[in-house]
Each structure stands twice: as structure tokens, then as C-alpha cells.
Design a protein around this ligand. Structure first.
Ligand code: UDP
Length: 416
């Protein structure tokens, strides 16, 4: 596997580390447990990380030093891709190792895969996780300054990969519409959730463990603190909720989990968090909103269980692991009708869906879940039932099938 900027062992919830890191980690572990050897090549970002780290039986992470250590915007990671590819190739060839399949994650890895598939004459399975042209549709500006080069690389990857994995039928549609993908070479494989980590816990126990029993009703947001996650829309929705229902101001709290804010972290608060704090101040919600910082997944399970509702107000979402994790914990989700969220959540049965960016609709849906205990119970049951369909084991089954299909095809058919 190539996952240039998302190390499967990275701390989650900070800048550039979220669902993709979890995906690579869980898939590599599942494949390894089946006896399939997996090496995940990723950029060396943290100086204390060992060069080679085990992920589980038969699976390991290999860090490749390319450019300086530390966090970098993706466009700068891109500038060092040739170095990454050359070092990766040299290491593998020196040791005489060979691979059967390349599995590339995200557009940065797609670029590396183009060189490796040519050289080693092996097929690539590509997964984008998010698509540049889809992101461009919903963002006001190209914040990462990466779009043109990224889209070109994505187009080439769609043309040349032996197979592309989409996380939902919606992503398949986007690949066809925006990138002219051949549907015969796209496999739709939804993501998974680990039921050992994410399962229901009594709400009162979770709140007590987290020392969060002072608020009567809890709304939870989990994710990277970025515009695309719609957190500003959620804050505006809360402000509207308090304007319409002033009685709720003394009862409702929002916990924002994610962002590099924990005490051990030296990274300064990002500009986005400062902007959000200003929004909180403007609407006099300091007593209602806490920025908790990143949490590991064991802790997160308690946060989901403590919450009455988990808000996933994303502007776009290729899949939305947070929604699935909340559902597995029996917590109703109010999400936006975008990307994979609309395939995971059945509106009115396993959560509520609202249009992206519509803070009035979001406020109304959150108010319904918070104030209607019967609806909350109904959605909680529906959410748990639905989440049972999504396991990493199932993702692994489908992926192995896909690898086998790709390997069974004659090599000349793989390159179009
Ligand atoms: N996450 C975490 N700690 C945090 C914030 C997020 O472990 O403080 C994890 C969360 O459990 C989920 C992932 O990061 O598995 C986010 O995935 P999602 O698909 O929701 O969003 P993405 O980051 O891919 O946009």
C-alpha cells in the first residue's frame, strides 16, 4: 500500500489525519490477519517514529524520509514525491522484495503508483478517499492550492489504474460524471467500523467517566477542524436554536472533538479554531461550546455514548466514518445529505438528513432529536441495526475479491 501523507499509526483528528489513516490501518490489519503480507509505505513525518513499525501480523508500516519532517501542506508533500518514489524503489529492490498488487490511497499516492506499476509490472488498485473536482464544487477557494495538479493526477489514475474503489454508489456516480470513469473498473466497497471499539455504553456511565455530567443534553461533533466539515454551520445552527428556544441555553452543550488542542501538543491552534472561537463569542455561547481537542478512538467511543446526538454537518463527505462510529454506539446522527452519508443513514430510520450548509434545517433536526425522546430511541435502534452491516472484515473480504479479479486479468488489459 502507498499512503504517502496518511500514516496508519498517526494520531487522529489533527491536521490531515482522519478517516484515511483509519482506513489504511484497519484494511492492512485485516489483510495481514488473513495471511496476506502488507507493507504500507508512508512519508516520515514524526521524528520519534521508528523507520519500520509493525501494524499487526503480516502488516507493517515503512516510513520513507522525503523532505523535512513535520506537518506540511499537501502541495509541499507533492513537491517531494519523486524523492519518495526513488527511495521506496531503491529500498524494495535492494532487498529483493516483490509485490503482487499496489493499493494506492489518495491522489498523492496515485502519482507514486504510476511509476511503480510501470517498473514492477503490477496492477494498481486506487482509492481516492476524496476527489478534487467534488471538493472544488463546495469550497469557495482552493485553500490547499493543490487543485489543478491534483485533478490532473486523479484523471490519469482513473484512466490507468486496474481498478478504482469507491466508498459509495454516490462516489461511483461522481467518478463517472466528473472523471469519465469506466464503471466496469470501479468497485463500490463501503467502509467499516470496529464493533469491539465502538459499541453502546450506558450514557450516564460514559458521562461520568468523561466528567461531563453537568450538561443535561449533549451534542457531539467529531472530526478534523476544517471548513469542509461544516463546523461553522453547526455553530450557527446552535445560535439559532438558542434564539428560538432560549430555555435550551441552560441545558444544551456542544463538544467539539478534533484539532490539535490537547495539552501535550505543541502545535498552535489553527486559524480555523480561532475563527470558530470568535463565532462562539459572537453568539455568547462560551458556556455551551467546548473544544476538547483530539481523542484516541477508545476515548471517542465514550464521547459517542455520552452524546444525545452526533452532528455530521459536512459540506462533502466521501463516506463519513464518524457517522458510522456514532451509529455503532447507538447514538443518533444528524448528518447532511452528501456523499456516503446518505448511503449510511436512512433518513428518519437510522438518523436524520438535512441539506448541506442549511443551518436552519440543521437546528430544527437537532432540536427534534434533543426534545423528542421517542424519536431518539427509534433512531438509536435503527442506527445500531444499520451499523452492524459495516465491518472491516467485510471490507477485507470485498478487497481480496477485487485483488483476485485484478490479478486474474492479463497485464496488457490493465493498461488502457
Ligand atoms: N478521529 C479520532 N480522534 C479525533 C477525531 C477523529 O480518532 O479526535 C477519527 C474518527 O474516529 C474517524 C476518523 O478520525 O475514524 C475521521 O474519519 P471521517 O471519515 O469521519 O472523516 P475524514 O477525516 O476522513 O474526513
Amino acid at each position: 500500500m502507498i499512503s504517502v501523507h496518511a500514516c496508519p499509526l498517526a494520531k487522529l483528528g489533527g491536521r490531515d489525519s482522519g478517516g484515511m489513516n483509519v482506513y489504511v490501518r484497519e484494511l492492512a490489519r485485516d489483510l495481514g490477519a488473513r495471511g496476506i503480507e502488507v507493507d504500507v509505505f508512508t512519508r516520515w513525518r514524526e521524528k520519534d517514529d521508528p523507520r519500520i513499525q509493525p501494524l499487526g501480523p503480516n502488516a507493517r508500516v515503512i516510513h520513507i524520509a522525503s523532505g523535512p519532517l513535520g506537518y506540511w501542506p499537501k502541495i509541499n508533500v507533492y513537491e517531494h514525491l519523486d524523492e519518495f518514489t526513488a527511495k521506496l524503489m531503491a529500498e524494495v529492490e535492494e532487498q529483493g522484495r516483490t509485490y503482487d498488487v499496489l493499493h494506492a490511497h489518495y491522489w498523492l499516492s496515485a502519482k507514486v503508483a504510476r511509476t511503480l506499476e510501470q517498473r514492477w509490472k503490477i496492477p494498481t488498485v486506487q482509492m481516492f478517499h476524496t476527489l478534487g473536482l467534488v471538493k472544488r464544487e463546495v469550497m469557495d477557494e482552493d485553500i490547499d492550492g493543490e487543485s489543478d495538479v491534483r485533478i490532473e493526477i486523479e484523471r490519469e489514475a482513473v484512466r490507468r489504474s486496474a481498478a478504482v474503489v469507491a466508498a459509495s454508489a454516490i462516489e461511483l456516480g461522481e467518478l463517472r460524471r466528473f472523471y469519465k470513469a469506466d464503471p466496469a473498473r470501479v468497485a463500490v466497497i463501503p467502509c467499516g467500523v470496529d464493533p469491539e471499539v465502538f459499541h453502546p455504553v450506558r450514557q450516564a456511565d460514559a458521562r461520568e467517566k468523561l466528567a461531563r455530567d453537568q450538561c443535561e443534553r449533549l451534542i457531539l461533533f467529531v472530526g478534523r477542524i476544517e471548513q469542509i466539515k461544516g463546523i461553522d454551520v453547526l455553530l450557527r445552527a446552535m445560535a439559532l436554536l438558542f434564539f428560538r428556544r432560549p430555555d435550551l441555553r441552560s441545558e444544551v452543550c456542544l463538544l467539539v472533538v478534533g484539532g490539535a488542542l490537547d495539552p501535550g501538543d505543541e502545535a498552535p491552534e489553527t486559524e480555523k479554531i480561532l475563527e470558530l472561537r470568535r463565532l462562539v463569542h459572537e453568539h455568547r455561547m462560551e458556556a455551551n461550546v467546548s473544544f476538547v481537542g483530539s481523542r484516541d478512538q477508545e476515548d471517542l467511543a465514550l464521547y459517542y455514548a455520552a452524546a444525545d446526538v452526533c452532528a455530521v454537518p459536512s459540506l462533502t463527505e466521501s463516506f463519513g466514518l464518524v457517522a458510522l462510529e456514532a451509529m455503532a454506539c447507538g447514538t443518533p446522527v444528524v448528518g447532511t445529505r452528501v456523499g456516503g452519508l446518505q448511503t449510511v443513514i436512512t433518513d428518519g430510520e437510522s438518523g436524520l438528513l438535512v441539506p448541506a450548509g442549511d443551518y436552519e434545517a440543521l437546528a430544527e433536526a437537532i432540536a427534534r432529536v434533543l426534545t423528542d425522546a421517542r424519536l431518539r430511541m427509534h433512531l438509536a435502534h435503527g442506527a445500531r441495526d444499520r451499523a452492524e452491516h459495516f465491518t472491516w472484515r467485510r471490507v477485507g473480504d470485498r478487497m481480496v475479491e477485487l485483488y483476485e479479479r485484478v490479478l486474474a486479468r492479463p497485464t496488457q488489459e490493465l493498461k488502457v
